[in-house]
Ligand binder design. Structure first.
Ligand code: FAD
Length: 376
């Protein structure tokens, strides 16, 4: 008994459904709607608001620390590693241009990597530091990194050496996601929260989407942007969940820390946030246990984070921990290249951002949109 108005305005076939309102899903919907203004685009998110890694990370706008890039060069070769750095750098520029630095709280503080005194990692990085800067020159048109050993006392850190890049900095992740969500809605995308997708099937020239409330809907194409949660929809897919744990201290009087910081080959990362310290990482201490989609914190990893606070970041200060949380990323079993491909004629997957989604989310989304456009 649907009226002609209901049928025409609310039940017309949808051109594109995007599943997941993280940075990838929102940018996919935004880019697609901009490219095809007359198409009907719907975005389905199971949370009451974006609820995945995009709102759980520590807000680093980064393209890779020296040790991370050198490890990538050794694992995959120079060209592959450099093209990932370029992808991250371009993605960050595009995200900042699209949303505006003031709206995403970008601060041009610089990014850093720490090495303790006598750390073999320092020797490995120092030996190849100039060569790395030379390799990165075509991307940045300036030396990406410099040694800033004198800054260690300025920042209150207990460390040996600091490599710095002026090209990175922190963002306010929540403000970034809110700005992106508002822009996507303003573009005309029909964003629906508390809609959990349970099944997707290609049926002829449409895709059928079933929801946990028993409803179903059809679309010409679906882009699945559920990153670390994708294996719940497609068991066996090569996108493996990886949990990251974070803590935030209470305000630390006289905090000298400013900027974003990596240490232990990126296994730990921290920054200042409104006079507090935000610190995450430690996943390597329990890789099996952290291969999960469960949001939870564990004493092992939280204990290691607190030890780093005491020994390296706030050696001379008392602090209390105000908040702890976790987020789920999506990793490939081989390499770090995201999966952007057809799972079936009408269903495209855009997932496996390998802990780099702040940087590459908009680029992954553009590629997913291109795949839909060329499949029409
Ligand atoms: C602790 C931590 C630190 C990080 N640090 C960095 C960093 O320094 N730099 C960087 O670039 N990146 C970093 N990342 C990674 C970055 O946050 C992610 O790569 C990025 O947010 C992934 O975005 P996404 O949209 O693909 O996935 P998500 O943000 O996870 O979005 C997926 C969405 O899908 C929804 N969903 C899942 N299943 C369903 C379903 N069945 N039905 C409907 N909706 C569903 C989820 O609720 C979620 O909102 C970090 C992540 C974490 C957790």
């Amino acid at each position: 008994m649907f009226s002609i108005w209901e049928q025409q305005s609310f039940q017309e076939e949808i051109d594109l459904i995007v599943v997941g309102a993280g940075i990838t899903g929102l940018f996919t919907a935004l880019h697609y709607q901009r490219r095809f203004p007359t198409h009907r685009v719907r975005l389905l998110e199971r949370g009451p608001h974006p609820a995945g890694a995009s709102v759980k990370n520590a807000g680093f706008a980064c393209f890779g620390s020296p040790s991370e890039i050198l490890a990538d060069i050794d694992a995959e070769g120079l060209d592959a590693a450099l093209s990932r750095v370029e992808e991250r750098w371009l993605g960050l520029q595009e995200m900042r241009a699209e949303l505006g630095d003031e709206n995403i709280g970008f601060e041009s503080t610089g990014g850093h990597e720490l090495y303790s005194e006598g750390d073999p990692l320092y020797t490995r990085v120092a030996d190849r530091f100039d060569e790395l800067n030379r390799s990165l020159l075509p991307i940045f048109s300036q030396p990406a990194y410099e040694w800033r050993t004198t800054r260690k006392s300025d920042l209150g850190l207990n460390t040996g050496h600091i490599a710095r890049t002026a090209l990175e900095g922190p963002i306010d992740t929540g403000a970034m996601m809110r700005t992106l969500l508002n822009k996507t809605i303003a573009m005309g995308v029909d964003v629906r929260f508390q809609q959990t997708v349970t099944e997707l099937v290609s049926e002829g020239d449409t895709a059928l989407i079933r929801l946990s409330d028993g409803n179903a809907m059809k679309a010409s194409f679906v882009v699945v942007a559920t990153n670390g949660y994708t294996s719940s929809l497609f068991p066996g897919i090569d996108v493996v969940p990886g949990r990251g744990q974070v803590l935030l201290t209470s305000a630390v009087p006289g905090l000298r820390l400013k900027g974003t910081f990596h240490m232990n080959e990126g296994y730990y990362y921290f920054r200042d946030y409104r006079g507090r310290v935000m610190l995450g990482g430690g996943r390597h201490l329990d890789k099996v246990g952290e291969t999960t989609t469960d949001d939870a914190i564990t004493p092992l990893i939280q204990g290691s984070l607190e030890r780093i606070l005491r020994e390296v970041i706030l050696p001379d200060c008392d602090f209390t921990v105000e908040r702890r949380w976790s987020g789920v990323m999506g990793f490939r079993t081989q390499g770090k290249t995201p999966m952007i491909e057809h799972l079936s004629p009408r269903i495209i997957i855009a997932a496996g951002l390998s802990g780099m989604g702040i940087a590459i989310g908009t680029r992954v989304a553009q590629k997913a949109v291109e795949l839909v456009a060329t499949s029409r």
